[in-house]
Every structure is written in structure tokens, then in C-alpha cells.
Design a protein around this ligand. Sequence first.
Ligand SMILES: Nc1ncnc2c1ncn2[C@@H]1O[C@H](COP(=O)(O)OP(=O)(O)OP(=O)(O)O)[C@@H](O)[C@H]1O
Length: 282
Amino acid sequence: MTSVTETETTAVLPPPHPGAPSGARPATLEARSVSAWFGTHQVLAQVCLTMPAHRVTALIGPSGCGKSTFLRVLNRMHELTASAAMAGAVLLDGEDIYDRGRRITHARRQIGMVFQKPNPFPSMSIHDNVLAGLKMNGIRTSRGERDMLVEECLTKAGLWKEVRDRLRQPGGALSGGQQQRLCIARSLAVRPRVLLMDEPCSALDPTSTRRIEQTIGELSSDVTIVIVTHNMQQAARVSDNCAFFLAEQGTPGGIVEHGPTEAMFERPQDPRTADYVNGRFG
Ligand SMILES: Nc1ncnc2c1ncn2[C@@H]1O[C@H](COP(=O)(O)OP(=O)(O)OP(=O)(O)O)[C@@H](O)[C@H]1O
């Protein structure tokens, strides 16, 4: 991890409360005609999707249809892969994160990511894990602010009561589900406007999964959430809106249908959506 001293820091943390600067508010994310490639292999074609502020949007579809790639395009992580390319636009409250002159770090700070496998820094304390993103983003805070932020983020991630008496213990000593909630707390500490979650429960047992789902439900007042999941029950439980991705017969992935989750599950318009949500393929 990059080490940043207080004198090197460049930003201050926006407050979380009403009246806060725009940097702290959940934002609407809009993908416009997004296409993506790995080398010559096109994996997404002309994907358009609006992910509204304060809502949970689930991305569903069979393996290999491009859901994770789409998620990585949404916060400019796709371009970390050497052979990767993209076309189209991603608008964060109307501003294209791919505009020339926009810094990648700015996009990644406003649009956080939680991965499939919990990835806390194992030997770093729980307390310092929560704050790790601040240093990496060059965000300056006082000691008092840091302690308050640790409590606030662990509370929002649904972990505070379980760890408040052992904040100096290593993050690696927590259970898998607790580690994932610690990673959510770490993401929240930089006050992202959107949180992307790539199958955040796939490595967890059912009890931990339900706890993360509860956390997702509680977070929507603080952050817009986009979640990739293979679990249809989970998509139905946690999301307001849903988008069904499909890559048919070697063609690039695209969205077959999207809309309110209840309608997608109860009254799908496309027979392929009906087959998928009812478990007939994928
Ligand atoms: N780093 C990479 N290099 C080359 N091809 C890749 C890379 N990552 C993904 N792909 C390819 O891009 C396509 C879409 O993959 P992606 O992981 O986005 O799909 P997915 O829908 O998220 O799949 P899953 O549900 O199995 O995670 C696949 O054909 C995959 O093999």
C-alpha cells in the first residue's frame, strides 16, 4: 500500500450529512452505449443503463456475459488490464468519468468497489483497515475525526457491535462475513457516491450472506449500489432495479431487459428473461 504522510495529503473528507457538498451525496450512474474489449475479443456491445441514486441495481445473467466487465468499466478499473479497451460514456450525475482531463483516481474515489473475495489487509488492525483508503486517496483527517469515522463506517457496515472492543486486532482474524463487512466499511470511509459490489456474498455462508444483504438494504440512503449476483433470490431480496445481461452464441454481451426488480421477476417481457429468472438456463 502507498504510504502517505499528513503533509502530503491533498483533500479533506466531505461531511455525510444533509447540506453536505455534492461529493458526499449518492449519485445516479448512467452507462451510454458502453462497449468493451479484451484485445480483439468484444465482450460488451452498446450497453445503456441508468442506475438511479439511492437505489440498488442488480446485474444478473449467465457466466461470461460481461457483468463483471461492465462493473469494472463503471469505475475505470477495466483499463487496468493491459489488453482492455472501451467505448461509450459513463456519467456520474451527468459528468462523464471518461472525459479527457478527468483523473482516474477521482472516479475510483467516488465509485467504490467491493470484490467477490473479502480482501482486508490481514495484518493491519480493524481500525486501520477502515482508514486505509483515506491514505491511498490522500484525504486528510484529524485523529478525532478518524475515530468517529471508524465508528460511523463500521456501524453502517453492520460490524461495529461485533468489533468495537477489539479494534486493534488484525483484520485477518475476523470471519469471512465480518471481513467482507470490514471491506464495505473501508469503501464507505472515503464517502463514495456509488458502491459497486461484484458477487460480494459468493464466498460466504448463508448467515453471513443474509447479514451482508441487510447491510446493503441499510446503505441505500448513503450510497447508490450496483451489485452483480448469480443468486436470483438475492437479486429479488436486495435490489430495486434489475438488468439481465446475455451473450448469445459468441456475440458480445448486452442487456436483454431491465426495469423494476418485481416486474422483471413477476412479469418479464422477454422469454429469455423469464427462462433465466426461473432457473431454466444459466
Ligand atoms: N482479463 C481478461 N482478459 C481476457 N478476457 C477476459 C478477461 N476478463 C474477462 N474476460 C472475458 O470477458 C468475457 C466476460 O467476462 P466477465 O467476467 O465480465 O463475465 P461475467 O458475466 O462477470 O462472468 P461470471 O458471472 O462468470 O463472473 C468472458 O468471455 C471472459 O472470458
